[in-house]
Write a protein of this length. Structure first.
Length: 547
């Protein structure tokens, strides 16, 4: 096996690089992913859960991914795939994915499906699942064993960490210089489902013991900056500095949620530490979010990296760099705001690939400094979503250098509108911008005649765009379906005029001008339009003031 691995490593092309390993770096207003010494915007897609298990199955997929204007692919790597027998590792799938990604000029983010995936232990190796003496499972409410390993079991943790560490060691050997793999997901949608907490004998014993001193020390040190939801739970118990979980946090599902968060975070942190000891790539974990229809711990993955539990995760897992939301329902803007807090970089490793994805992408990148975006099942998306997403990625690829610079400076905003939410006011630079859903000339069709002569409602078309303040009186606007009116935002002459509006494009950060717009195309100097259509419009706008 050693000779086989060395042979594969030799077969993978390497390039000597004198640049740092991919890492996260605070740059002004944003935390950005640095790859090859430069900030990178991840225009990504996540493969289906089992797609990457077969290199043959992947062969026709690679060209399609590249055609969609991706620069990064999120690919699962399961524990069972690389350690089919205990302590015997097989990295052929890993090496094949790296080799094909390089051939297609794509980067990789590996998703580790270890002891749990979506809270179930279905991707653990068969040899481990068969040995319930060494690796105990969790009982359900009736006492019957589930296919769920205990998060409190050190034998499971040690075996998982051994495999994860071996994977990162192998990546260092075959990819340490070329750096095709730029980030790692440590666990996927970790948490406990079916009950508010694990109720194995080991878990019940731990629940009656004192809250770990490590956690109590963190809480007291950060008392004034804790997440308000979590602080409220601690406050209700009188801010106790010691005691059992129920003595400190009270009785009920909220305490069960806190208990599970500590142990899941502790487990995940140990994995991240083990991997970083071999190859210190940035790490993230993602969360299955709370559905308002199922708002209780256990209905959502109890103890996962959710915003109200961030303090538990920070205390137990400092080696985890990013907490990410997996968004399958509504409330996109709200989840953006809840995850883009306290220095947590916003990254979407898994999001539903539907008509909203391309529009939400621009909003997240512009409004919340998102460093990446990745619709799920990217290989299975169909028209028109594929075309919409491809155009969004093409636009962001054009603008990436300017976007990343503007994120650091705090001179960027994003917007997404629809007929039910048709307006937004933005303050950016020295001006205010009244942004509205485009109607009328160059706008979206609101209805169309049916064969009987009546009108039929058209499917909702989302308007979205980026707004970048590139100079004292200059903006770059990019998007579709928007009308923008500029107003004065600072003292001075009260009326804002359009000095020049130029349509064009960017290539590698360089502006190529096209048409100069005026008259009908600017509302006779009153507004700027980014019309609906198959393509995005990019404009450079210069302003002036007068009485």
């Amino acid at each position: 096996m050693v000779l086989f691995a060395l042979g594969l490593a030799a077969a993978l092309p390497q390039q000597k690089r004198d640049v740092p390993i991919p890492h996260l770096e605070k740059r002004g207003s944003a935390t950005q992913l640095i790859v090859d010494g430069r900030p990178m915007l991840l225009l990504a897609g996540e493969l289906g859960n089992n797609t990457s298990s077969s290199l043959q199955y992947m062969q026709p997929i690679w060209p399609r991914l590249r055609k969609m204007n991706l620069n990064t692919v999120l690919a699962p790597v399961a524990w069972d795939w690389i350690e089919p027998e205990e302590s015997k590792f097989d990295f052929r799938v890993v090496d094949g994915l790296i080799q094909e990604a390089r051939r297609n000029n794509l980067r990789l983010v590996f998703l580790w499906f270890g002891a749990w995936k979506d809270s179930i232990s279905c991707y653990a190796p068969v040899w481990l699942k068969k040995d319930q003496t060494r690796f105990p499972r969790v009982p359900d409410k009736s006492g019957k064993s589930m296919e769920v390993l205990s998060v409190l079991d050190d034998a499971t943790l040690n075996a998982d960490a051994k495999a994860y560490r071996a994977l990162l060691r192998h990546l260092r050997e075959v990819d340490g210089q070329t750096r095709t793999v730029i980030m790692m997901q440590v666990l996927n949608e970790v948490g406990f489902l079916g009950d508010s907490r694990e109720r194995s004998q080991r878990a019940n014993q731990a629940f009656t013991r004192a809250v770990p001193e490590e956690l109590m020390g963190y809480l007291q040190k950060h008392k004034d900056t804790l997440v308000p939801e979590f602080r409220k739970v601690w406050e209700a118990g009188g801010f106790r500095s010691s005691g059992t979980w129920e003595e400190v946090f009270g009785k009920g599902p909220a305490t069960d949620d806190i208990f599970m968060a500590w142990f899941f975070a502790r487990y995940t942190g140990k994995l991240a530490e083990a991997g970083k000891a071999e190859h210190p790539l940035p790490t993230f974990v993602d969360a299955g979010l709370i559905d308002p229809r199922r708002p209780n711990p256990g209905e959502y993955p109890s103890g996962g990296p959710l915003p109200h539990l961030f303090d538990l995760w920070r205390a137990a897992a400092p080696a985890v760099d990013v907490y990410s939301p997996d968004i399958w329902g509504g409330g996109f803007a709200d989840w953006c705001a809840r995850y883009a807090v306290a220095g947590n970089p916003l990254f979407f490793p898994e999001i539903r690939g539907d008509a909203t994805a391309a529009a939400n992408l621009l909003y997240a990148v512009g409004q919340h400094n998102a460093m990446g975006f990745s619709p799920f099942g990217i290989e299975n998306l169909q028209a028109p979503v594929v075309e919409q997403l491809s155009r969004s990625y093409e636009l962001l690829s054009q603008l990436a250098p300017l976007i990343l610079e503007s994120q650091a400076k705090g001179t960027i905003a994003g917007v997404v509108l629809d007929p039910q939410n048709p307006t937004r006011k933005i303050e950016l630079g020295d001006y205010t911008l009244d942004v509205s859903y485009a109607r009328g000339r160059g706008g979206a069709p609101q209805s169309s005649p049916s064969p009987s002569g009546s009108t039929a409602a058209q499917p909702v078309d989302y308007a979205s765009g980026l707004i970048l303040a590139t100079g004292p009186d200059e903006y770059v606007l990019a998007g579709r379906g928007l009308t923008i009116v500029f107003g004065s935002g600072t003292p001075g002459l009260p009326i804002v005029g359009l000095a020049r509006v130029v349509e064009g494009s960017y290539a590698k950060g360089q502006w190529t001008p096209g048409r100069i717009l005026s008259g009908d195309d600017t509302g006779h100097g009153r507004n700027v339009r980014l019309p609906f259509g198959e393509r995005y419009t990019v404009l450079r706008v210069q302003l002036y003031r007068y009485r």
